[in-house]
Design a protein around this ligand. Sequence first.
Ligand code: FPP
Length: 251
Amino acid sequence: MELKEQIDKEKIPVHVAVIMDGNGRWARRQGKPRVEGHRHGVRAVREVTEAAAELGVRYLTLFAFSTENWQRPREEVNALMGLLVNTLNSEVETLMKNGIALHAIGDLESLPPEVHANLMKTVRETASNQRMTLILALSYSARCEITRAARLLAQDVKAGKIQPDEIDEKRFASYLQTRDIPDPDILIRTSGEYRISNFLLWQIAYTELYFTQKLWPDIRKEDLYEAILDYQHRERRFGRISEQVNPDNHR
Ligand code: FPP
């Protein structure tokens, strides 16, 4: 049976998050400049987005650029920004056709004005699409996001809008950029690195982690199917015991 058919349609993860890694190594292995790895990475973005939408995933978050990535050589940063603008322009039609809304998190004000304008335009144009939300994490750092949330919350406390003892997890999360998005069910990282790299630190408290050796530009639909099948075979206990979350398995 094909991988896709083995997937239980009743247990599709609502939110899939991905750390796309290994573009540089993919290029080096081919004797090409790093930028070529990013260019080929766009095909993987397309495949995973399409596969996720087809399966009924509601939220797909892709870590496209971290706050730390600004420190890369200028030509690589420029190439990545250019690639982003080109991809947004060339894919907006596909997003519309497939009912995908684009959303972005991160320090978006730090993006070059052209990238920022293009991004916001695509976000606006796709805002009413309902099938899936594609969230791009751009100039994103989880610690920045959490710090910013703390700052905003402190301002509201200072202004008398909230009392300190009214602050609970739910209230705190409402100050994060992901406030309207459920926590990821599965986080995938490619390229054989076993790190979180400052991605969605608050949100992944109970997320299932999945690592693959494959480099991002080699990722295809089947790789998402494999990750989801692996996820479906896990038991999520959220701190409880097996008998509590799956009484049927213990009768
Ligand atoms: C990580 O590989 C990848 C990135 C920093 C950029 C990801 C960008 C894309 C896939 C292309 C454009 C994206 C969109 C959403 C249109 P790396 O460079 O860290 O690889 P390395 O660890 O092998 O050096």
